[in-house]
Design a protein around this ligand. Structure first.
Ligand SMILES: Nc1nc2c(c(=O)[nH]1)N(C=O)[C@@H](CNc1ccc(C(=O)N[C@@H](CCC(=O)O)C(=O)O)cc1)CN2
Ligand SMILES: Nc1ncnc2c1ncn2[C@@H]1O[C@H](COP(=O)(O)OP(=O)(O)OP(=O)(O)O)[C@@H](O)[C@H]1O
Length: 187
């Protein structure tokens, strides 16, 4: 299957999820994350949920980060060049949905990609070797290319790994881990 076909398939699968499933699976993913040995770092980048797209509710992960006194970092997306800028999320951060329904910080202290230790990545699909499929605009491909090679890249997914190998394009950067409600995948 091509990336485009996988995108279509997984978007449909997400559409089928009930609100209860979304909450249960999102909580299960957060609990699985606690099993990983990733909690001794400082800067953790997380995406803020597009509820309208039935994405994973990342509030549970944000709560873990707050409980562990970690720095949480969130992004603003620029759809003219598919770039992202990143700011520290604090109690004072005001969020506003952009035209794609992505909650974004209005302003805040800028954090550079090179400062990030861990990046949690929204996925549509992934395979057993750590290739991933996102929305296809290359936001994360560009962003991950700016991070340190050592930055941990952790996909979060409601669904298990795709059996077929996903075609990797030249700019694709692989995941180190992928976490689903049932499984911790390490690549
Ligand atoms: N929560 C979250 N934030 C994120 C991402 C993500 O996947 N999830 N991104 C990961 O790359 C970037 C934003 N990427 C996006 C790329 C395309 C569309 C988009 O075209 N949306 C259309 C229709 C989507 C559809 O096909 O159903 C729209 O809203 O009209 C939205 C976000 C950065 N921030
Ligand atoms: N570093 C980069 N510089 C310029 N263009 C890039 C870069 N990385 C990726 N792209 C482009 O962005 C698009 C990403 O397509 P791809 O099918 O890999 O998306 P994806 O796997 O769904 O990823 P994403 O979640 O990042 O959107 C491709 O057209 C690719 O050429």
């Amino acid at each position: 299957m091509t990336k485009a076909e996988l995108r279509k398939k997984y978007k449909l699968m997400r559409k089928e999820l009930s609100q209860t499933q979304i909450e249960d699976y999102s909580l299960a993913i957060a609990n699985q994350l606690l099993q990983l040995n990733i909690w001794d770092w400082s800067f953790y980048h997380l995406f803020l949920t597009i509820e309208e797209q039935k994405e994973i509710n990342t509030e549970y992960v944000l709560n873990i980060l707050a409980g562990k006194d970690k720095n949480s970092v969130v992004s603003k997306s620029n759809f003219s060049d598919f770039s992202m800028t990143h700011v520290l999320l604090t109690d004072a951060t005001k969020l506003k949905k952009n035209s794609y329904n992505i909650p974004e910080p209005i302003d805040g202290i800028e954090i550079l990609p090179q400062q990030l230790d861990v990046v949690f990545i929204p996925l549509l699909a992934f395979d057993k070797t750590g290739n991933r499929v996102g929305y296809g605009k290359g936001f994360y491909d560009r962003f991950l290319a700016e991070c340190n090679p050592e930055t941990l890249k952790i996909g979060l997914s409601f669904f298990e790994a795709e059996d077929l190998k996903i075609e990797a394009l030249k700019n694709d950067i692989k995941l180190n881990y992928c976490v689903t409600p049932l499984t911790l995948h390490q690549f």
